[in-house]
Design a protein around this ligand. Structure first.
Ligand SMILES: Nc1ncnc2c1ncn2[C@@H]1O[C@H](COP(=O)(O)OP(=O)(O)OP(=O)(O)O)[C@@H](O)[C@H]1O
Length: 295
């Protein structure tokens, strides 16, 4: 008997427009409990915009995002409270706080004292501090930074800062973790260690969705990979299926292919441009022949 996958995250018809630019177009997307899913696509394909729609940073122009069957309000703190945490493409740590403090701040959605109390270390925060500190230290041990608990975040090497970001996101006790380019700027050893870390996170019971440019990393890790091209989901499947799909290769190489996202619009624009150019050419020849007649 096969067990049905349980969706944690479901995006339905998510579209995001910035003025005249459609960065994400009608994307349906699901992450199931216990899965590692990769989201790939050429530069500017709309991956980060889609992440921002999932995490409430952007309000999608159309479509809905649900967590365990309930539509999420597009507000980052409510999304985190529901059980989704994320890291960013550019590191966003509190540089002048210690490693431990950074993780404690990440726990604010799970303590009733809240963010300001955590930042200002008010009386309520101190009370809850011991329990939070134990949890934070467990996390630091898990990611291998316990020995650096009192170091300032800004003094950590780059790879450790990225790890700390992951620990801080995990501190909110999410069921789904979204990682935006977790290996950006890492050396091969750090990338390999991050791969192990992501597997270990999944083994803790969290689903993981990651955007990545490092193909070996994403194909090694992911149970499923979705490919965004010009804001549309082009292909979705196992690593083997996606790697073998010629449309994916063409999209990465920037080559045209039949049924490419945006192809119909591009053809319309091209036809309009040709028409405009022809009209302009006609007008010029009419003018010059008129001029010719006047001579
Ligand atoms: N806030 C914004 N306002 C206007 N346009 C935007 C905004 N954010 C993204 N875009 C545009 O939307 C498109 C998709 O960008 P996005 O950053 O989501 O792509 P990406 O796949 O994450 O790219 P990369 O891999 O380079 O990070 C691009 O054309 C980008 O210029």
């Amino acid at each position: 008997m096969t067990t049905q996958p349980t969706p944690v995250l479901e995006a339905r018809g998510v579209t995001m427009r910035f003025g005249g630019l459609t960065a994400v177009r009608s994307v349906d997307f699901t992450v199931n409990a216990g899965e590692i899913v990769g989201l790939i696509g050429p530069n500017g394909a709309g991956k980060t915009t889609f992440f921002n729609c999932l995490t409430g940073l952007y309000v999608p122009t159309e479509g809905t995002v649900s967590y365990k069957g309930t539509v999420l309000p597009p507000k980052p703190h409510l999304v985190t409270q529901a059980g989704i945490a994320r890291t960013f493409q550019n590191i966003r740590l509190f540089a002048n706080m210690t490693v431990l403090e950074n993780v404690l701040v990440g726990r604010h959605t799970r303590t009733k004292e809240g963010l300001w109390s955590a930042l200002l270390r008010g009386p309520g925060f101190k009370k809850a501090e011991r329990h939070s500190e134990e949890r934070a230290m467990e996390l630091l041990e898990f990611i291998g930074l316990a020995h650096k608990r009192d170091h300032l975040a800004r003094n950590l090497p780059y790879g450790e800062q990225r790890k700390l970001e992951i620990a801080r996101a995990m501190a909110s006790e999410p069921r789904l973790l979204l990682l935006d380019e977790p290996t950006a700027g890492m050396n091969p050893q750090e990338t390999r260690a991050t791969e192990e870390l992501v597997f270990a996170i999944r083994d803790k019971g969290m689903a993981v969705l990651l955007i990545e440019h490092d193909m070996r990393f994403v194909f090694n890790l992911s149970d499923r990979v979705a490919v965004l091209v010009q804001g549309e989901k082009l292909v979705e499947g196992t690593s083997d299926v996606v790697q073998a799909d010629e449309r994916v290769i063409a999209a990465y190489l920037g080559e045209p292919f039949e049924g490419a996202p945006g192809e119909a619009e591009a053809a319309e624009v091209e036809a309009a441009e040709v028409e405009a150019a022809e009209a302009a050419a006609d007008a010029t020849s009419t003018t010059s022949s008129t001029k010719g007649e006047a001579k």
